[in-house]
Design a binder for this molecule. Sequence first.
Ligand SMILES: Nc1ncnc2c1ncn2[C@@H]1O[C@H](COP(=O)(O)OP(=O)(O)OP(=O)(O)O)[C@@H](O)[C@H]1O
Ligand SMILES: [Mg+2]
Length: 449
Amino acid sequence: MARSATVFSCSACGHESPKWHGRCPGCGEWNSFVEEARPAPTARVGANGVKRSAGRALKPVPLAEVQAPAVARLCTGIGEFDRVLGGGLVPGSLVLIGGSPGIGKSTLTSGALGNLAGAGHEVLYVSGEESAAQVKLRAERLGGHALSVPIVAETDLEAVLATLETEKPDVCVVDSVQVLYDPALTGAPGSVGQVREVAGRIMRVAKELGIATMLVGHVTKEGSLAGPRVLEHLVDCVLSFEGERERTYRTLRALKNRFGSTNEVGVFEMADQGLVEVEDASERFVTEATRAPGSVVLCAMEGSRPLLVEVQALVAPSELVPPRRVANGVDRNRLALVLAVLARHGGVSLGTSDVFVSVAGGVRVDEPGADLAIALALASAAKGIEPAADKPLAAFGELGLTGELRHVAHADRRLTEAAKFGLDAVVRPGDGVRTLRQALRGAARAHAA
Ligand SMILES: Nc1ncnc2c1ncn2[C@@H]1O[C@H](COP(=O)(O)OP(=O)(O)OP(=O)(O)O)[C@@H](O)[C@H]1O
Ligand SMILES: [Mg+2]
């Protein structure tokens, strides 16, 4: 009987079987079977019956002697995108861009390819999700060199790889890795086995030919990248394009980057002619900041860039047990910690109130330096203190569990950014302000000033 070209294996224990199982007979794990191409036999048996490797032995080279010519990065012409990548695309690298439906993944990658084509690079857009006509409509909207990007609309992996091998572009976009399929596997496109195979084979071709490849990826309902975890290990950079569809601001951040920092964040706004970079993000957030109780401007750091964002809090009496805790743009656990420290060490107990905290503009802040701003916003919302000054209150600092304030990185750059927008009264850990209580008093003084 002919052997099938594929085999099913358990992603938990590696058990192999010619057919799919709902539950692994080896380890009992549910839903762990994925289809894979059957590996070619590699071992040969020596004279004494011991298995010998069929490969040829390699000569190890000291790292100092390895040739590594400095390669120029490819600039996508989108400043924020280049910054998140760590200074542009590295030739031959593989970048995975994930984001929810309609967030602007295709818009961003089309814009980047258009600029690269305009700069004289060979580019290729592989669209599996949209027809060539649909992509053209978007390119017309984007303007610039977007219309000069060559496109193939194809979902068959073999055809796509053959095209890459013949065209040998400098940069290629695959939109998306979930719709391409390998005809040798029976799994549906987007299934774990298919995605792993598609990404793995594209990676081999891209590395061999030095094609910088941007893979567009889908996300699950929970917001993590769809497909196997190995997909994220395989690629050089994982970028996540976030933001809520109804809000205008979208942020691009690196979750993994082999060629740069993962702290950088790009801020974009969706407009008619595509994604517009927001370079003066601080200015917008500060001018939009309300001077009402419960509003504090946080001097945050987004990678190497200081960013001022407005943190808003609302505290309302609740009948619910336990009361509501709603956090938008900040981590729920961080909010819980701030509430506990505020109750224990700040004398502001909100155990019988609903608490809502939100970072304006749909931005997410994920740094300990946000604690103090959240605490001050909550205290001001709870007490209803109306600021007397016409400037919003600014703050940054980390809260310790014993109610102490801790220093955070880049204090001087945060202060400079705040001063740039006329925010001179910044409550922060420093001389005379070492505990949450002192910070609360400092904030009250700043309000009264
Ligand atoms: N004419 C237009 N004017 C302004 N914005 C538009 C226009 N057409 C589309 N958009 C915006 O572009 C978004 C779609 O962008 P895009 O197709 O790049 O998203 P995507 O992430 O690739 O989506 P998908 O997951 O469907 O591939 C829409 O959600 C909308 O916000
Ligand atoms: Mg798309």
